[in-house]
Ligand binder design. Structure first.
Ligand code: 3Y8
Ligand code: NAP
Length: 246
């Protein structure tokens, strides 16, 4: 009997969960538990880490998981590596549902950096108003560039103030809109954006807004992952599931 484990946290994971629910394919949806109120899914949902590869292997065995779909964010590289290791150890087939990286065009002014640390170094310049559209987990790295005024976009109201000298917090979860992002950049008088090359549709509007306003972007490129079986649409995953379980 098929039983699919979906590792979620992206718009594509939500779209897959809806499709799998409509097809009445038995599945479990999984969140890490990073935010207070993760979006409800139409599938049985578990929240929290598994406890490394060993915990994931145990979960797979205890729940008789027959297929794993890694639909996590491109920057959730530890989870993706753990999926590959657990799939090898258990022999359970796995596929990643991922989206292409964003690409700049002639109208864009992107500075590509390889890491959060490189993004911090890119801000070694006189004070600016900078939108840090990278969430909450890596804000502390920017405390070494205290001269800027940072505008932070967070999913939850922070329980403790971020270790930054000058900042404004806005609480919002995506998917975002061009109208909303244009208003944010204008109202906050943003001069530069720092973001991750997440890809997908859920957060691309900030890049469309920077293009409209002619603002520079510090673009943090994705961490590298080992070679893996990848799908780029929900339909591809459904075909993979139906092919492998008949
Ligand atoms: C908990 C689960 C859906 C999924 C929506 C996508 C789109 C909106 C854009 C900006 C960038 C950022 C952040 C972002 C986006 C989607 C998608 C996406 C970026 C939720 C969600 C969870 C998280 C975790 C959260 C991180 C943070 C990152 C905010 C749900 C809403 C910045 C990534 O406070 C924290 O600890 C937040 C942690 C990991 C990165 C960080 O370092 O802080 N996502 N985001 C998941 C879990 O617990 O397993 O409630 O939906 C999901 C979504 N976030 O179904 O519609 O598909 O990418 N998420 C980035 O891209 O840089 C916001 O502000 O422009
Ligand atoms: P990560 O650094 O790759 O993973 C760190 C640990 O978090 C994993 O080893 C695992 O813990 C746990 N984990 C991660 N995703 C999980 C999931 N879907 N279900 C259960 N446990 C999970 O992950 P991350 O970057 O913190 O991302 C966490 C979640 O936020 C994921 O769902 C991801 O899709 C979503 N997200 C992340 C970003 C981002 O910028 N990183 C952006 C948007 C959405 P154990 O080792 O204990 O199993």
């Amino acid at each position: 009997m098929i039983n699919v484990l979906i590792l979620g946290g992206t718009s594509e994971a939500s779209a897959l969960a809806s499709a799998i629910s409509e097809c009445e394919i038995p599945a479990i949806f999984s969140y890490a538990g990073r935010v207070k109120a993760p979006k409800a899914q139409p599938l049985p949902t578990r929240v929290g880490g598994f406890g490394g590869v060993a915990g994931l292997v145990a979960f797979i065995k205890q729940n008789q998981i027959t297929h794993i779909v890694d639909a996590t964010h491109p920057f959730a590289s530890q989870m993706s590596r753990n999926v590959l290791a657990a799939a090898r150890q258990t022999g359970v087939p796995a596929i990643a549902l991922t989206r292409p990286a964003w690409a700049s065009n002639a109208c864009d002014n992107w500075q590509h950096v390889a890491s959060i640390e490189e993004a911090v170094r890119a801000l070694e310049c006189p004070p600016q108003r900078v939108l840090l559209a990278i969430g909450r987990m890596h804000l502390a790295a920017f405390s070494s560039q205290p001269q800027h005024h940072y505008v932070l976009r967070l999913v939850d109201q922070p329980t403790t103030p971020p270790p930054l000298a000058h900042f404004t917090t806005t609480v919002d979860r995506g998917p975002f809109t061009l109208e909303g992002d244009l208003a944010l950049l204008k109202n906050q008088r943003i001069e530069r954006i720092v973001c991750k090359n997440a890809g997908g549709e859920g957060a691309i509007s900030k890049l469309e807004a920077t293009r409209t306003l002619g603002l520079p972007v510090v673009m943090i490129e994705r961490p590298t992952l080992p070679p893996r079986h990848e799908a780029h649409s929900v339909d591809e995953v459904l075909v993979w599931l139906k092919t492998s379980y008949g």
